[in-house]
Design a binder for this molecule. Structure first.
Ligand SMILES: Nc1nc2c(ncn2[C@@H]2O[C@@H]3COP(=O)(O)O[C@H]3[C@H]2O)c(=O)[nH]1
Length: 813
């Protein structure tokens, strides 16, 4: 007690002395300083003069005094500045460090160590992260730094076992080894203790510590241990660092612990940022990859299998697996079979894998097949749940036969189901993680890849289906074109000299009904030749074309070959009688357009197609049938030996085809009304011009409608004959509508046939008469059409009046 108070007093006295000597006066070694001391304490005895040598001597022989002084009086920042300055001086000029028991003291070693500058340490960490960007690498570097800073002889780094919670794995710089957890009669090893408590532990051999198992010194040579927890800033355990010194060295001190601690604080931050950096990097890579995958799904439609392999390859590198396989479900046989098996790691750069077709070795085999439910893959396929297996051979579900077959040893497995529309279509398997086991993060990343695998497979299946239906479509088209094309015999029949026609067909009064179908074909060929000659056209193609067109009109009551022919005939008369108003290619389009304008008509109108949701209406929502008629025209032209335009230049061909489309679409009565309004306006304003392309298109469209409705502009007998078949077709549509649960309009209802005359009056008044009036205004030579239409209208009006009178009389009686 007495000694203690003496020491305190002694220290206090000498502190005062030193304080004055160092801080109040200029301190020059070996010089004498005159010094007036003002006493502030009653016990103080101060020498009036003190030399620098004396101070130096004093401090040298009283290191404890110096330490107390520095601890009490020197600011931490000042202390750090000294340390840095000192370490920089030492870097330039190495000094022999002070030794204690033949080795550096902990504190001095820290000062000498280059890592005393923590900035340097952070730089080193960042650099190592760039070289090997893994979290474990940062920890490894950090451990090396601390080991060097506290002058430990070695260290062991333990990482939390991702699968076995609470257990640790020994990290050897590259890989993880074994389960570190050791338990013995309620005791655990040091690292597990530190992991659990997060307390730092300093212990030396021979010291019996009841907290740990006795075999804590795993190597004979290890004499002292300093074990500390490495934490993330969020308080999670990143690792446990176990530093050790040989038995011959001094034990770890509190300072060593503090040094390590200070490094660990910085290291924890570095680790946190490393984590962010890695995450960001990985996310960027992932985004780039997924973008490429999606692009590839839409662009490389044909190579979807390759895409699946690429996806797997990327996933494989992401989870660091040695092998990857894809098994597909064979639902019929309740089996799984390997389509992609044993894909090795591909080391190509992520950006190049999509350019390199031969990027990976792929073994595809159908020989690896096993029942659903067998093995890990079978289990996943059955349950649809992910399996992460740390030790395949210890798992009873593991199917060893595949290993026996391949000679490859499976240790760890990550197996994921692939779903398409809620059902498992296959499983993708990652085998043997290069270090340790597949983690929760691996599972999450892999899950997303399984989704993309599913997407790619789904697309592969869809494209396969499309390819197959394309082939089927081709076959169907071949069959169809065989049956829908004219035969050589048919061509033979109409080949040769055109017979002399006893009638003058160049007139609007011509009755198409009096001729047989073949004769109509002959007339059609004649009209074409008459209009265009045969110098620009191949005769054989023309024969085949006309005969095939004839064949492609269905045997419906009205919209049949007769109708097609009579419309072409009317157009022929318009062209013939209108002089040179239409240009050659326009005539070509008008005539061929008229001949083909109702190809493959089914006797039902556009509204019916829409109402009954026919596939045609799904393809063309407006002018449904007219689009189809044009398509049929093109299809016939494309058949072998049918292209009547083969001698035209490509620009002429394009122009004629585009005009044909315009002409055929114009036969949709829905388009007549706007066309009528436009042309009426032009005529009223007297601004119609044959030099204006739009006006020309307009009059072509009106000419098509006029030809299409020519039955109403024929002599009365022809009109009556035609109306019979028109209404028969209308009634058939009405019947079909009724059968489909729809209510037919009165005109199409066979039970309201007394409406025919009234309907004709309406039709001729509202549509036909305005059409021929307009046509007559622009092409006066079409006057007969207008006249006949007017005649027919008068007939129908009279008939309708009679019917109305009869009805009225009937009602009166
Ligand atoms: N009511 C009535 N409609 C007709 C007559 N002639 C043609 N049509 C209709 O007019 C339409 C013109 O285009 P489509 O040939 O497709 O179908 C035709 C028929 O629906 C007719 O004399 N009377």
């Amino acid at each position: 007690m007495c000694k203690v108070s003496y020491t305190k007093k002694y220290i206090w006295n000498n502190q005062r002395c030193l304080w004055n000597a160092i801080t109040k006066k200029r301190f020059v070694r070996s010089s004498v300083i005159k010094h007036d001391v003002t006493s502030t304490g009653t016990n103080t005895v101060m020498p009036s003069q003190i030399s620098a040598d004396q101070v130096y001597e004093f401090l040298h022989s009283h290191p404890d005094y110096l330490e107390h002084y520095i601890m009490d009086e020197v600011e931490l920042e000042q202390l750090e500045r000294w340390i840095i300055r000192k370490s920089q001086r030492l870097k330039k000029k190495p000094e022999t460090p002070a030794t204690k028991n033949g080795r550096k003291t902990s504190l001095s070693r820290w000062k000498f160590c280059v890592h005393a500058d923590k900035r340097q340490m952070l730089q080193d960490l960042t650099q190592s992260l760039q070289l090997r960007p893994t979290k474990n690498q940062v920890l490894w570097e950090l451990a090396n730094c601390i080991c060097s800073a506290v002058n430990a002889d070695g260290f062991r780094l333990y990482l939390p076992d991702p699968i076995n919670s609470g257990a640790l794995l020994h990290y050897l710089g590259e890989n993880l080894k074994g389960d570190r957890t050791m338990r013995q009669k309620g005791k655990i090893d040091i690292s597990t203790y530190v992991a659990k408590t997060r307390e730092a532990v300093r212990v030396s051999k021979g010291v019996n510590d009841s907290r740990f198992v006795p075999d804590l010194f795993y190597e004979d040579d290890v004499g002292h241990i300093l074990c500390q927890a490495v934490m993330y800033p969020d308080g999670q355990l990143a690792a446990v660092l176990e530093l050790w010194r040989r038995e011959s060295e001094s034990p770890f001190h509190e300072e060593d612990e503090e040094i390590a601690c200070s490094y660990l604080v910085w290291g924890g931050i570095a680790l946190h940022y490393a984590h962010l950096y890695l995450n960001m990097n990985q996310q960027r890579k992932l985004n780039d990859f997924l973008l490429t995958v999606v692009k590839s799904i839409f662009q490389d439609m044909v190579s979807m299998d390759l895409l699946v392999i690429k996806i797997m390859n990327f996933a494989q590198r992401l989870v660091d697996a040695d092998r990857a396989s894809l098994f597909l479900v064979d639902a019929k046989n309740q089996e799984l079979y390997a389509t992609i098996f044993d894909v090795g790691v591909d080391n190509t750069d992520d950006n190049t894998i999509f350019e390199d077709e031969e990027f990976t070795k792929i073994h595809t085999t159908k020989e690896i097949r096993f029942p659903l439910g067998t093995g890990i893959a079978g289990q996943v396929a059955m349950t649809g749940e992910i399996l992460n297996i740390a030790d395949a051979y210890a798992d009873s579900r593991f199917n060893r036969t595949v290993d026996q077959l391949t000679g490859y040893k499976t240790n760890t497995i990550l197996c994921m189901p692939i779903f398409i529309r809620g059902s498992v279509i296959g499983v993708v398997q990652m085998v043997n993680k290069h270090s340790g086991y597949f983690t929760k993060e691996d599972e999450e990343a892999f899950e997303m890849f399984a989704v993309y695998c599913g997407l790619a497979l789904h697309h592969a299946k869809l494209y396969d289906k499309i390819r197959r239906s394309e082939q089927k479509y081709r076959v169907a088209l071949e069959v169809l074109s065989y049956h829908n094309s004219c035969t050589d015999e048919e061509v033979e029949i109409i080949t040769g000299e055109m017979p002399e026609f006893s009638v003058n067909i160049d007139n609007f009064y011509f009755n198409p009904f009096q001729w047989e179908d073949y004769e109509k074909a002959r007339f059609a060929i004649y009209m074409f030749t008459d209009l265009f000659g045969l110098t620009r056209f191949d005769e054989q193609s023309l024969l085949r074309f006309v005969l095939t067109v004839k064949k492609n009109y269905r045997r419906v009551p009205y919209h049949n070959w007769s109708h097609g022919f009579s419309v072409a005939h009317c157009m022929y008369c318009i062209i013939k009688n209108s002089g040179t108003v239409f240009r050659s290619n326009e005539c070509l389009a008008l005539f061929i357009g008229a001949l083909c304008h109702d190809l493959d008509h089914r006797g039902k109108n556009n509204k019916f197609m829409l109402d009954t949701e026919s596939p045609l209406a799904a393809i063309y929502s407006t002018s449904t049938m007219e689009h189809h008629h044009f398509n049929q025209t093109v299809t016939i032209l494309q058949q072998e030996g049918h292209n009547i335009f083969s001698k035209l230049s490509s620009s002429e061909y394009k122009q004629v085809l585009s005009l044909i489309k315009h002409c055929i679409l114009a036969t949709d009565l829905a388009l007549f009304f706007p066309n009528k309004a436009k042309l009426s306006k032009l005529i009223q304003e007297n601004s119609f011009s044959w030099n204006n392309q739009d006006h020309r298109l307009l009059i072509q469209a009106i000419s098509m409608t006029a030809s299409d409705l020519c039955a109403s502009a024929k002599p009365w007998e022809v009109q009556v004959e035609t109306v019979k078949v028109i209404f028969e077709e209308f009634y058939q549509q009405g019947d079909a509508e009724r059968a489909a649960g729809l209510k037919p309009i009165p005109m199409m209802d066979r039970f309201q046939n007394d409406q025919q005359a009234a309907s004709q009056v309406g039709f001729l008044t509202g549509i036909c008469s305005p059409c021929y009036t307009l046509l007559h205004s622009v092409i006066p030579e079409t006057k007969p059409l207008l006249n006949m239409c007017q005649d027919n209208l008068n007939h129908w009006t009279n008939i309708d009046s009679e019917i109305q009178q009869k009805k009225m009389k009937k009602n009166e009686t």
